[in-house]
Design a protein around this ligand. Structure first.
Ligand code: ZN
Length: 46
């Protein structure tokens, strides 16, 4: 099944692909950054 939903790994601002960097392996804390506009998001489990 192919959905047209936006990729969560794409930049919400400019739409480019985000690159991720693992900040904390044990807590699954990951930083997603956009090389195009400089946006940075971090995710960690609730
Ligand atoms: Zn961007």
């Amino acid at each position: 099944m192919t959905a047209a939903a936006p990729d969560p790994r794409s930049c919400p601002t400019c739409g480019d692909a985000l690159t991720f960097e693992i900040l904390d392996d044990e807590r699954f804390l990951v930083a997603w950054s956009c090389v195009t506009c400089g946006l940075i998001r971090t995710t960690e489990p609730g």
